[in-house]
Design a protein around this ligand. Sequence first.
Ligand code: F6P
Length: 379
Amino acid sequence: MFLESVCEDQKVLEQNYRLKMKYSPDYSGVKMEEALADFKDRIAKYEAVYETITDRSLHYVKLIDMVTGRGHMDVNRISGYIPGKMVFYLMQICKALGRPRRIWLTRHGESMYNVQGKIGGNSGLSTRGAAYTQLLPAVLASRVPTFGGKPIPVAVWTSTLDRTIATAANLPYPKVRWKTLDEIQSGICDGMTYAEIQEKMPEEHEMRKRDKLRYRYPSGESYMDVIQRLEPVVIEAERDRSCICIVAHQAVLRALYGYFMNQSLEKVPVIDIPLHTLMELTPKADGTMAETRFHIDVDKALQEMDWMDSSLKEREGACNPQSDSEIHADDLPEISDAGLSTSFPGRDGGFRRSVSMAELAASEMVIAQHVRRMNQNYE
Ligand code: F6P
């Protein structure tokens, strides 16, 4: 099957040449106009020997001016499941060059099952996980690119499991829940720890160790199954022109990361996808992705919130010495339009319903400090 990409739109070509000049090592250190002249000369030489496909007895797909957004495809003698899928895929991904976009991947905040070392399930977030939900919005907001002076729209995709929905709850963007983004189904091992599986089902443990990519949990899924079921998510992510933040799970994000970062299938099940880390993928001119990871230090933030808690208590006590036992967060007025959610991780792992203005302002300071520190480190 031949694939030919034809582009005769001078504006697009010029734009492509300039990108090439900017990023190609061939022209590093060469002035733009000089590099451009050299490159055009090179293209003339390619053109002299280039043969377009005209033989209708061949199997081919021609993409004609697709990147202009007004192009078309010439599909010749293509049949069968895989070739058909390739045509469908090309239709989705060959699109007009547009505004810059980013794709962010993040696991949900630490869950109660993560704390207990159990797999699968649908548990809620731990205190650390809840802190992540508070810190994530500002970090993400600081990374949204602009185009023509305006921030590019962001869409948030979660799975249908509670821990991703809770993690995305404070993100002020439209949200979509995908069943397809649910974590790998661990079947009869769901809710067990790895040590329990090894002890109670040693053969299963062995088989998974031997071939983690193809091993399928009894009544559950393999990594290959997950990779296959993610196809609509990948197509939609390729097609969408806005920025997308995908809040999902370890195995699912390994598969998505593997696709975007062009990792081999065998590598997918062992890709490092840590908790409390925002992975930012930025498309590059050569079609690959640049990656930056932002680790969000929830422990530090919790320590700082704890410190604020105690110093606020001291100050509240100093203002109203007799009321030590009378001041409760529950007695304070609800704040609904504060920009951040009013739910805060309590020390017991639960949520406090309301917070004082001072607490809210102080927590915003902590978050802003984190974002500043992080951006200083990465940029
Ligand atoms: O432990 C968290 C988790 O998301 C489990 O629910 C899931 O089974 C596991 O990670 C997937 O990782 P691995 O394939 O390495 O077991």
